[in-house]
Design a binder for this molecule. Sequence first.
Ligand code: GLA
Ligand code: GLA
Length: 672
Amino acid sequence: MAFGVDYRWLRWPGTGGPRIGYGADYNPEQWPRHVWDDDVAAMRAAGVNIVSLAIFSWARLQPGPGEFDFAWLDDIMDLLHRNGIAVDLATATASPPPWLTAAHPEILPVDRHGATIWPGARQHWRPTSPVFRAYALALVRAIAQRYRDHPALTAWHVSNELGCHNVYDFSDDAADAFRAWLRARYGDIDALNHAWGTAFWSQRYTDFGQILPPRQAASYPNPTQQLDFKRFSSDALREHLRAERDILRAVTPDVPVTTNFMVMGESSGMNYADWAGEVDFVANDHYVHPGPQALDELSFSANLTGNLAGGRPWFLMEHSTSAVNWQPVNLAKRDGELARDSLTHVAHGADAICFFQWRQSAAGAEKYHSAMLPHAGRDSDLFRAVTALGRTLSDLSGVAGTPRTPARAAILFDWESWWACEQDSHPTSRLRYKQEALDWYSAFLTLGIRVDVLPAAADFGGYDLVVAPILHLMPAALAERLRGYVDAGGHLVTTYFSGIVDEHDHIWLGGYPGALRDLLGVRVEEFGPLSDGEQVLLDTGAPATLWTDRITVTDPQVEVLATYRSGEYAGRPAITRRPVGAGSAGYVSTRLGATGLVDVLARFASAAGVGSELPEHLRGRVELAVRGQYRFLINRTDEPVPLTDLPGEPVVGPARTLPPRAVAVRAVPAAH
Ligand code: GLA
Ligand code: GLA
């Protein structure tokens, strides 16, 4: 059960009382033994209290079938423990060793073209390979039995970033497992034929044995087959997580198990709303994507992770102290960003701040990736910033264990809609689900209004305002929940291309936005996507791109908040709002972007009675996040911001002026 065990990882050995975890992936096997003593001394100097160990150690731990070499791991586990450093111990299954792939090439993934994904990098394994599973679980059992009573063992780290490179595998193993998954989902082949709409293009199946993964085909593969393959692929990796976890729980029932999610990672492949309940505490990895919304995106990721964790504290398992190595251009972090990025995660509920990795590698693909201890060594500004952050986190010990304080507004985020709305052969291939959600989030930040990013399955009934950007895939039950929310006085806002298909990716007929048409009081007969570079204006003067809808208002109660001024639909409604009792249902039919949404959101928020908790001069310049009595004030700008008219006592950070990219934390006792 999720969170069924207590947070043993918060009860730090020998330190008395909760604290914020601080550390990194630690890869001592990359270094000679004498470096380890220096590592541990430097960790202590930096305030490191936890490391993730053995993530990529399979080849070292198991030199051959049935042969184990734990001596080096015993040594480093003992050394860390003697120095008061806790261990999040990996199951080491992330990267199979050469002897295994040489003996069993049938564990290697296959791409959609039938090409083998060869060894030589990492994560070259099929989630559905019974051979891989057997070897991996044998290793997990051996490690669990070896370290079950080790006093440094604080948590288990299953594999690593499941699905980072191997989420979609089109092998024969995957085909077999996909068929079994489909049998369980549909029961009989007629139900599958209906769901997949196989009357189209002569695709009717007469037996599950005829079904394949959506391999490279002559034209667009069946869309429901593609969608089900995404669901299946997420589930297949989750099965692997469960299999490792169940062994760990059997051997060490008291040690919490986690795995590091990539909630806003490169791939949308893992439906973390379905995964979060599988771990004892949620852990996430986040890397900054440079650009104008970089900090907003970081905050969005942290916010969603905190809500996947049900508001309870979570663990930032990886981020970077400075540059990564895998972007087209790998920017170094600017002064202040290391601490600001870290504290933004804490603000949204992280109770541990960890990095990839402890000591920057001298060799290998990630030697240009920053670390806590850089190539330059301890005498470096980076290590000084790392050490300063260690002190700050220690000053924040009182925050540890404190849940996020919910906001009054929510943004719904839904992996199935993400998958479905970006599939091929749609009105436009330019639509980006995550970007639209992020633009709304940025608009909230600009207005200084706190918002929770929630999985769509979460209970949003208590929120005064719910924004559901591109909630494209809408099973009848979800439409019913949204209707019930509005009927009960809630204020819903949704956008273009929402409510269009059911769970099988079948259109809700009768005019768009299908499942939400009556609730919104509008009807759209045809979509009007815009060409690249094309822009139309609203009567508010706001430029709109990507998408327009030819809207007819069907309910006289509907208020038209904005109309199209230019383009084919000039004079027609662009933004509408239907009052429903004490609630309302709003519709934004075009893409306005982070800036253009600000005024629109301000109107919807004020109608919902939702406002900023910040004094006016701080709105937009500072992000506010709240954990119990702790208020985090994050400077979103490169300018100093005066901290006037704020309640509470400073816990960390300056009292009067927030420097560029800095964070202040104030404690406001409950009476306020
Ligand atoms: C991922 C992996 C790490 C490392 C980092 C680099 O998060 O889990 O092993 O490769 O990326 O950014
Ligand atoms: C071709 C095909 C049709 C249909 C159309 C779509 O003409 O013959 O079956 O796919 O393209 O534009």
